[in-house]
Design a protein around this ligand. Structure first.
Ligand SMILES: [Zn+2]
Length: 385
């Protein structure tokens, strides 16, 4: 039965090719799956595991199948090279005990909760191939427009979530879909462009993790913030939230995190806190598409904390921390390390980039035996430093 498997058409999702195989040869999905790789579960809409087995049945190169017929390239963007390779190997052939679990990547259905169609693609696919099918490029996080026809995609009520009960033998031709008419913003067009380019592996900045200062530099370069000012994350969050909320389908982004709290860590230290690629695309599109009169609108209070000043900040914080711990020990008062670092105004920065605070770290490790003793006494505790 595995040799019945239909080869994905141009820009077709692997799961869509499975649906076509089932319809064409009147087979059930579970039987088809068992014949290909032994597992009898219905695949998810964004299915991308056991790619090696599909590639063998189709006489294709596994990487080409993975990169063309799934949203894999979009999901691994902004990750270090070795992690991307680890996930690719796991997608092609699952390895028990591998640290690269695909479930860690598959947040696609959060950002693309429903299947989408382009009415012109439906007509032209049918005319060209005799089938309608689900397109990869219509289901990338951030996409709302058909790349080929430049029209707004229509949204169906069919879920993209995984689970046996979600499996559907439907193809776009037989599904109702509604169109949300919205003004096209520069932000929306830029987000679409970036999402397509990311899937194609094009923009340089998706090739690995961004430098810690990436967004700060971009914001300075665009004139959104002066060099000697902190970024107002409150204003930045309002700004991005305003852009995103005018898009036709961003339910998932807000459901996942209603206050868009991810913007602050992304703007501060993207390296230490990996974020889904889609969130990076949102930030890049916001910066690239913004036309703000009255710049620099993201200025916050003057920095005591530019990176140039971090050394001085670290030295001061270390000295004061040392004094505070000594006093507290002498008086027997309770404290937590977080409290003490908050007093010094460095807790948030320290938490995300402690390697930038060598002097503070040295003080903590010098007091560590006492800190650990304090922690073992009931009632007293200290967080791990
Ligand atoms: Zn189209």
């Amino acid at each position: 039965m595995r040799f019945l498997l239909q080869r994905p058409l141009p820009d077709e999702l692997l799961s869509s090719a499975l649906v076509r195989t089932c319809i064409r040869f009147d087979v059930r999905i579970k039987a088809l799956m068992r014949s290909i790789h032994g597992s009898g579960n219905a695949p998810s809409f964004f299915h991308m595991s056991n790619i090696g087995a599909y590639a063998e049945a189709l006489c294709m190169e596994p990487r080409s199948l993975l990169f063309k017929a799934t949203v894999f390239p979009s999901l691994v963007a902004f990750r270090p090279w070795e992690r991307r390779e680890g996930y690719a190997a796991e997608a092609i052939q699952p390895h028990p005990g591998s640290p690269f679990k695909l479930s860690a990547l598959q947040s696609t259905s959060i950002y693309v909760p429903y299947r989408r169609v382009c009415s012109r693609c439906i007509r032209s696919d049918y005319a060209t191939h005799g089938w309608t099918y689900w397109h990869v490029s219509h289901h990338l996080p951030g996409v709302s427009i058909c790349q080929k026809h430049n029209v707004r995609l229509r949204e169906t009520t069919l879920s993209t979530a995984s689970g046996n009960a979600r499996w559907s033998y439907l193809l776009p031709g037989g599904v109702e879909a509604s169109l949300k008419r919205r003004h096209r913003s520069d932000f929306e067009m830029e987000l679409n462009r970036l999402a397509w380019a990311t899937q194609a592996g094009e923009p340089w900045f998706t090739l690995g993790p961004l430098s810690e200062r990436h967004y700060r530099r971009q914001l300075e370069k665009s004139g959104f913030v002066d060099r000697d000012r902190q970024v107002s994350t409150l204003t930045a969050t309002k700004w991005v939230s305003g852009l995103v909320s005018r898009l036709p389908s961003t339910k998932g982004l807000f459901e996942d995190d209603p206050s868009l709290a991810w913007i602050e860590p992304v703007l501060r230290y993207p390296c230490s806190l990996p974020q889904p690629a889609f969130k990076h695309l949102v930030m890049h599109a916001a910066i690239a598409s913004a036309r703000q009169p009255g710049l620099p609108f993201l200025n916050h209070k003057p920095t005591g904390m530019t990176f140039r000043d971090l050394g001085a900040l670290d030295a001061t914080a270390a000295r004061k921390l040392d004094e505070r711990i000594r006093t507290a020990k002498r008086r027997g008062t309770r404290f937590t390390l977080q409290q003490l670092l908050e007093e010094q105004g460095i807790w948030t920065t320290f938490r995300h980039a402690r390697s930038r605070f060598p002097a503070t770290l040295a003080v903590i490790s010098r007091h560590r035996p006492a800190l650990l003793r304090a922690r073992r006494r009931p009632g007293d505790w200290l967080p791990q430093a």
